[in-house]
Design a protein around this ligand. Sequence first.
Ligand code: SF4
Length: 354
Amino acid sequence: MDGVILRHNHPVNLLDLSYEQLAELLAGWGEPSFRARQVWGWLWRRLADDFEAMSDLPGSLRQRLAEVSRGWTAVPGALQLDADEGTEKALLSFPDGEAVEAVLMREGARRTVCVSTQVGCPVGCAFCATGQGECSRSLSAGEIAAQVLHFARRLAAKEERVTHVVVMGMGEPLLNYAATLRAIRNLNHPQGFALGARRFTVSTVGVVPGMRKLAKEGLELNLAVSLHAPKDELRAELVPAVRRWPIRDVLAAADDYASSTGRRVSYEYVMLAGINDAPVQAHALSGLLRGRLAHVNLIPYNRIAGLPFERPPDERVENFRIILVQRGVDATIRRSRGTRIAAGCGQLRARSAG
Ligand code: SF4
């Protein structure tokens, strides 16, 4: 990217830059090469949220960075906390006033941040709160990473750190491919945040070209594919934007991903009462997935006001799982976290910060 932006000193979100781009920016200002390591360390390892904190940089450099930098921290707005579960949902806003929700989940020693990649979502899943609104824009790499850094700062105050990142919030990450990958690579960089590639999970509705590209990145990311139906006709009703990628093609791309990365693909299946929860559908799903390096996450639906879907009874969900397991497909039921604060799967919404 952005030789032009860097050369002309246009305002830049420093978190959008790769390490090499940051080094290029600083070298262009005549700074010695070790400065890149220092600034990168402040941004990504020491989690600085203000240039004044960067105490080992000369004042002139801090000032210049402040002059070119635009919105590198996301501004936290409303914070909701589910005290019983330790789940936190934050509304985070960016300089243009757009805002997204991100969620921190605590489970045992795990501290997982669920990030959004777009303001709204162009996929428009019939059962999802996010999908009901407009998608006003995609986030930049820095805006995606800033959500993780926001919670990392909160955790650091308790001497804890983010252990996992799931790219499962608002938006379809593979329709904002470059920014999503840049955010992951930056968070993975060993001299900065240094979160291992296997600690990331990227969730997609099955954007086949993006899945194929991701398989070639040389990163061992976990891939979660949202299937939600064992047949194309029903899937097209629930997830209208994926009509052009039939299940057959999605599974082929997932198989390629599993064989090139060695990572087991997980398949997400939101369970909707009377729609996709019948035993015959469990049999059809097992027929699709048996023999694949796969795991199914069954996600009982989180009710959303105004949408005509219901969560199936627990026994029906368990019965569905048993059919899958008996037919040789690994499956678990995901306990959704944060539903009391509307932070569960499919419940996030974009809101204006203003
Ligand atoms: S479920 Fe995911 S892909 Fe579907 S509309 Fe919601 S955010 Fe978008």
